[in-house]
Design a protein around this ligand. Structure first.
Ligand code: XMP
Length: 320
């Protein structure tokens, strides 16, 4: 059982100092690899890991082909300002191949987990001689995995999986006692710019968590374009998280006077404090209309746009 540090009792400076000490003690005079996705959690881990190990920490961003538009380059740019070099590792093909033909949500998550930890990181860690991987698992990830709701990509020990045995390296998780609000507070104290510590959460399985059914290049392109539009219109309104989801089934539509059996995009926008429960944001209808118009105009093949008004639970935030 992991004991939670609630945001009310968190002293972020002290927390960072303790984690720096712990990381140094575990890594000793060795080296570690840091898995940065650009999300809030892994960005905060990157800052703490860099404080602890400096150049003995190698920070890599896995381009798994499931990322948002321009994401790897944007993330690398932010960390460059702190003197942290982010190495982008191209692995699109490996992930697409691993996901081919899989439609079950949990199998999709498992395919991503195995490709990420076993294949890609297994290779990088082996080549580099590092023995440790730093990553941003938080308590909500653990809770939902242990409860059997979603197998979060980054949870192992709590499922009885020994990463050393399964993948050949040790995993260090400095944020595991925090929830998202605590992570944000720690990010601010670690000196991350607000655009990073206040970034909306983005899941490890990335856009694959937002494609219902099989993940293909064409579906990725569609959901990526819709995501950019939704994020562009909903940023800065104070919502906890917002996203575009691509449905698997097609519906009859019409375009240029002809039948178009097209794709459906579902928009979700959530109010939440810690992602454990969430309610749909009451967006102005005019905003929903302009979002629909832009998606229908700019995302090829889409003929239907809906807004999800369910709460979590019974919904979850992501669709997969
Ligand atoms: P759900 O969809 O379970 O999501 O309501 C709760 C929060 O967790 C994020 N999420 C993930 N984060 N790895 C992560 O690091 C994952 O596999 C994963 N799945 C969901 C989700 O975006 C939301 O903020």
């Amino acid at each position: 059982m992991i004991s939670e540090i609630k945001v009310q009792e968190l002293n972020a400076e002290q927390f960072i100092a303790e984690k720096v000490k712990e990381i140094r003690a575990v890594v000793g005079d060795g080296t570690a690899i840091n898995a940065l996705s650009g999300g809030v959690d892994s960005s905060v881990v990157t800052m703490i890991g860099h404080l602890a190990l400096g150049d003995r920490l190698r920070t890599v961003f896995i381009q798994n082909g499931l990322m948002r538009e321009g994401e790897p380059e944007a993330v690398a740019r932010v960390f460059k300002k702190f003197g942290i070099k982010v190495e982008i590792i191209e692995a699109q093909q490996e992930f697409l191949e691993a996901l081919a033909g899989i439609t079950d949500p949990e199998q999709k998550r498992e395919a991503i987990t195995q490709t990420f930890y076993k294949k890609v990181f297994g290779r990088i860690v082996k080549e580099s001689g590092a023995k440790h991987l730093l990553q941003g698992t938080i308590l909500t990830d653990v809770d939902e995995t242990v409860a059997g709701i979603k197998r979060q990509h980054n949870v192992f020990a709590q499922l009885g999986i020994d990463p050393q045995e399964a993948f050949g390296y040790n995993i260090i998780e400095p944020l595991i006692r925090l929830r998202k609000d605590g992570v944000r507070m720690t990010g601010r104290a670690a000196g991350l710019p607000e655009e990073m510590f206040n970034r909306i959460p983005f899941p490890g399985p990335a856009l694959a968590a937002r494609i219902i059914g099989e993940v293909t290049q064409e579906k990725l392109d569609t959901v990526r374009k819709a995501t950019a539009i939704v994020e562009g219109l909903l940023a800065g309104r104070g919502a906890f998280q917002y996203m575009a989801i691509l449905h698997d089934d097609r519906v009859t539509g019409m375009r240029d006077g002809k039948r178009d059996f097209g794709r459906q995009i579902e928009v979700r926008c959530w109010d939440s404090v810690d992602a454990r429960t969430a309610t749909p944001t009451r967006l102005p209808f005019e905003l929903l209309e302009s979002m629909a118009a832009e998606i229908l105009k700019k995302v090829p093949g889409v003929v239907s746009v809906t807004y999800n008004i369910a709460t979590k639970p019974p919904s979850t935030i992501e669709a997969v």
